[in-house]
Write a protein that binds this ligand. Structure first.
Ligand code: AGP
Length: 604
């Protein structure tokens, strides 16, 4: 996720902006920049990579009188991590920084380009500053031009804009991406994506609501609501603990990332869901020309999302799909056919085994695609095409939001391919797109279910192991739930197809064997239920997860009634993630940094 800072005041603007960006580094970024307006003169600096590169570029730049300034750390969603794509973005006489995704940037950009506007970057953000300067020509004043611009944007944004002629003013707008403003007795004004950069500077803060827009100057704070009504700032005291503020008050980054899934999947979907088609602007549909099979290759959690994808590609797109574990694929002399699209999946884009399989496919002349969360990573640079998952930085070693965004991308991609292959009629496609729009609400977590999981986790701290069982696409989810538990509780767990338990594992059934049973209402419910009853009859301890009451379970976690099994998938995913987290907490383990594990396995 990008980070934004802004400052208006008499102190060292450059240092305040750079220090603020440093406090936002935990959000993850690949480039950064600042723009400072002093006495109607702009100074602008950008650098790829870490902030130290930007500090180096600005070391001779001094700001010790009144100024307005904006700064940004960029996590690439549109366009490679380059200096040109780094924010702030320049028009003729204005700079803008933006966190979020402008859904309608293509149409705005096309219109501006037809007016003769020259774009320097590949980003969606740059349309904001050019649209603003277009509006400046006809608006009665600068704020009207800014207001018009905001009303023309669709998508998610936290925006700061500064412009010549208004060198004592910062314009702002917030919708869907976080931003707050801070003030103190020295009449300084601060902006940031989260409160960490304001700690130690601001005395009070105002958290903007969706739809808020306005401007601040030396003596004014003007805020309009989404209903265009002038409103007073709602100031409150600011937290003083930087680390907890980076975790937004959650106990662990993993917990924060589980709760973030609803928002980040909204970003994943943004700009890609048409009324009756899926749009992937970042790939060309010819990628699928002459392709009769899709081969997915990954490790760990990414392997589980790939397995989930295989059910969707064959069910929705009617295309053969097989899934490989990268470390196995590398050494088994696999047959590679040119009519196979080779897809690697990786949160980091750096996993050694997966990267090597990508090189193997390229060497054999196969077309390649990477589903990744980190732009400019090794796999992104190597593959023919890339779809970014937009999960933002994932700090917890146990992957959560990366998995949710990967499955969401694959659901969309299976429908994209279904349309290319005429494998699904328009009504079916429209229904699926409607369901996709429901994912974020399926990922909302009620206090009640989290409290229930926290309470019952005390019963699962020992035993001789766990089975997570599921059928069909819930089998990969069972594998993922088992992996989560292993990683952070250090208890043994395995994911298993429900129908396979009677072929051996049921010999383990006894009260000390804990079975976490996934019982989706809309997919093979009766079959799954009978598998669980077989275990219950042999006195296994059962924890059932379902929308339907299940009286043969020792524990029962009820999810919401859903329209479709895919929404049940996401609801049950939250449950197994939280269950592993709460068991780990009770065992006193390091949830974010479990023993023996690394966030990215860049060695064999
Ligand atoms: C998942 O919780 C683990 N951290 C691990 O299995 C991880 O998914 C695997 O190492 C693959 O990483 P990648 O997605 O970055 O390639």
């Amino acid at each position: 996720m990008c980070g934004i800072v802004g400052y208006l005041g008499n102190k060292n603007t450059k240092e305040i902006l750079l220090d603020g960006l440093k406090e936002l580094e935990y959000r993850g970024y690949d480039s950064a920049g600042i723009a400072v307006l002093q006495n109607n003169n702009f100074s602008n600096y950008k650098a790829v990579g870490k902030l130290i590169n930007l500090e180096e570029k600005t070391k001779d730049f001094v700001t010790n009188s009144f100024a307005v300034g904006i700064g940004h750390t960029r996590w690439a969603t549109h366009g490679k991590p380059t200096e040109l794509n780094a924010h702030p973005h320049l028009g003729e006489s204005s700079y803008v920084v933006h966190n979020g995704i402008i859904e309608n940037y293509v149409s705005l950009k096309n219109e501006l380009q037809s007016d003769g506007v020259k774009f320097l970057s590949q980003t969606d953000t740059e349309v904001i500053v050019h649209q603003f300067e277009k509006n400046l020509i006809t608006a009665k004043d600068t704020f009207e031009a800014f207001s018009q611009t905001i009303s023309q944007l669709q998508g998610a944004y936290a925006i700061l804009l500064v412009t010549k002629g208004e060198d004592e003013t910062i314009f702002f707008a917030k919708h869907g991406s976080p931003m707050l403003m801070g003030v103190n007795e020295e009449n300084e004004k601060f902006f940031a994506s989260s409160d960490t950069p304001l700690i130690g500077h601001a005395k009070e803060v105002n958290y903007f609501e969706d739809g808020d827009y306005g401007y601040v100057s030396k003596n004014e704070i003007i805020i309009y609501s989404k209903d265009k009504e002038l409103q007073k700032p709602n100031f409150q005291t600011i937290s003083t603990n930087r680390l907890s503020s980076q975790k937004n008050g959650y106990r662990f980054f993993m917990e924060k990332e589980i709760y973030e899934q609803s928002d980040v999947v909204s970003d994943t979907l943004m700009g890609r869901l048409g009324e009756n088609e899926i749009n992937f602007n970042e790939i060309d549909s010819t990628l699928f020309d002459d392709i009769n099979e899709i081969k997915l290759c990954a490790c760990g959690t990414s392997y589980h999302s790939a397995l989930s994808a295989s059910y969707m590609f064959e069910r929705y797109a009617k295309i053969r799909c097989c899934v490989e574990i990268a470390s196995e694929f590398r050494y088994r002399d696999p047959l590679m056919c040119k009519d196979t699209l080779f897809v690697v999946i990786s949160q980091s884009g750096e996993t050694a085994d997966t990267l090597e399989t990508l090189k193997m496919a390229k060497k054999e002349g196969l077309k390649t695609l990477v589903i990744c969360n980190v732009d400019n990573s090794s796999m992104v640079r190597l593959a023919d095409a890339c779809i970014l998952t937009r999960a933002g930085i994932e700090k917890g070693v146990a992957s959560t939001k990366a998995f949710a965004t990967q499955v969401s991308v694959f659901w969309m991609l299976s429908l994209y391919v279904a349309k290319l292959r005429d494998a699904m009629d328009a009504n079916q496609l429209a229904k699926q797109i409607h369901l996709l729009r429901e994912i974020p609400s399926s990922l909302k977590i009620s206090d009640a279910i989290h409290e229930k999981i926290k309470r019952l986790s005390k019963r699962y701290l020992h035993g001789h192991g766990f089975f997570f069982i599921g059928r069909d696409i819930f089998f990969p989810l069972a594998l993922e739930g088992a992996l989560k538990l292993k990683e952070i509780s250090y208890l043994h767990a395995e994911g298993y197809p429900s129908g396979e338990m009677k072929h051996g594992p049921i010999a383990l059934a006894d009260p000390e064997l804990f079975t976490i049973a996934l019982l989706p209402q809309h997919l093979l419910y009766e079959k799954s239920k009978s598998n669980v009853e077989e275990l219950s009859a042999r006195d296994s301890t059962i924890c059932a997860i379902s929308a339907i009451e299940f009286d043969k379970a020792d524990d029962f976690i009820q999810i919401n009634e859903c329209q479709d099994y895919m929404l049940e998938f996401f609801e049950m995913m939250i449950v197994v993630q939280l269950l592993s987290l709460e068991i780990s907490v009770r065992l006193g383990n390091d949830v974010d940094m479990p023993r023996n594990l690394a966030k990215s396995v860049t060695v064999e």
